[in-house]
Design a protein around this ligand. Sequence first.
Ligand code: GLC
Ligand code: CA
Length: 573
Amino acid sequence: MPDQALQLDKDNYWWKKAVFYQIYPRSFQDSNGDGIGDLKGIISRLDYLNDGTTNSLGIDAIWFSPFFKSPDFDYGYDVADYCDIDPRYGTLADFDCLREEAHRRNIKIMLDLVVNHTSHLHPWFLESSSSRDNPKRDWYIWKDGKGKGKKLPNNWRTHFFGPAWTWDEKTQQYYLHSFLKEQPDLNWFNSEVREAVGNVIRFWLNRGVDGFRLDVAHHYCKDKQFRSNPPFFIREKGKDRVKSSDRRLMANIMKLFALPTFQIGKYNQHQPETHEVLREFRQIFDVYPAKTSVGEIIGEDAALVASYYGKNNDELHMNFYFELAHCRWQAGAFRRCVERWERNLPNDAWPAYAFSNHDLVRAISRYDSDGNGDKRARLLMLMLLTFKGTPFIYYGEEISMKEVKLSKKQLKDPPGVKWYPLHRGRDGCRTPMQWNEGACAGFSDVSPWLPVGPEIGRRSVAVQQNDPHSQLNLVRELIRLRKSLPALLEGSYSSVTEGVSADCFCYLRETDQQKVMVCVNFSFRRQEINPGSLNRESKIIFSTAPEREPQKIYFPLTLEPGEGCIIDLGMEK
Ligand code: GLC
Ligand code: CA
């Protein structure tokens, strides 16, 4: 079967120009009335994403959270078969149809590769745990207990809660899991594991997917000596800074629940050997034209996160820098974060940006403590779609879906339900896509697996479609503009601080032919922008403020409260 995508698009670097859209398959569209989203449902909504006209959103690629066979202890992030679709989502034939329908609309497909760990029900782990001398024993990380009391091998803890080691009665050893005990970590020092996962990657590339998102890729390799991690509150010289807000939060949680010390992942994350694995992956991708990857690499240290592009640009194609999702609402905080990322990127490394995903409180709600989340959400979309790098929109972000407050009974996310009495888990950002004002928001005919959010009268596709000032039309217009302006697509980035108050974040995007400035007023007061060196006639080509018409201007420019705009600076004669 010829790969349509290759014929459609011969540009190896399509992903630098693409706008990505993340779909959480369980929550996008249910097609068979079981309250769970599925592949057929997604197919029926592709025209909304891109039907080739400006009536649709206009995205170019979809990153799908996992839809592989899974017992759903972590909703698909615990895979039991990497090469098959979970029956609740459909079949491989449905997947082929999805791929074809997407490619027909010039939409590329990115899958989620979750290979730090598998499900405990994956046949590999079933074999590995069946006996100590099973040939696959070494595919996972097994350790004896220490001493007579079978003490834990070291102090490593999971990201959710509790020790990262679980005792296996049958074979009398501990196995390692950085997440749930139902997600045993693979042993990336085992060459058969590398080969098996390489074959998974080839399986999907041969089936025509265009790229992968690499789940917690900084976690693959572990310290060979299994040394214990240093405690969280000890700041190591020259190493990751611990954010003071995090430290405060952790200290409070620890006090409240008398939890043992949290720790820095010095020995179970960011090990040098992981780069070898990523280079191997890259070599596989490079056999096929026009493939891409994006890393979920978590770390505060921008240089460390950036190192995953590889010394010779031979690891990840793109990488997120999640610190941006943790900035407080302050122009300088956003600016410094972007600058830090830009400064640390190796030459030719292409950044990726996201403000929301299936693990984070939706950005609109993170910045809503004073009820101004909606206004800020417009500015967030302006920034996301004008930064230098590939933007990732999280489903529903384009219709300003909010984090949904759920009762304890409604929670599904295991870490939220079982362990953190105060933390409501991640369900609030995973609720059904809000298509219309119907009872189940057009997502399903029956009560969905998670409840639909409130305010679907305002926050739904059907309602926003016809409102020229809606978030949906703002995002659509920004995507359209981005594609029409070379400066936004491929121009360089530089911050502008001269004549810019502390409440505004301004940056230039420029190519040899075009110079564009983006100005974002983080405050709810008027602000004057007056960069002395830019006193020629310019033109506002876009504003988040509905009242502002495209117009010629001279600096100083007055930004309205909470306004963001794009200005074409023209070129010096
Ligand atoms: C990543 C995923 C998250 C998942 C975890 C374990 O962080 O984004 O949803 O729980 O990995 O796979
Ligand atoms: Ca379904």
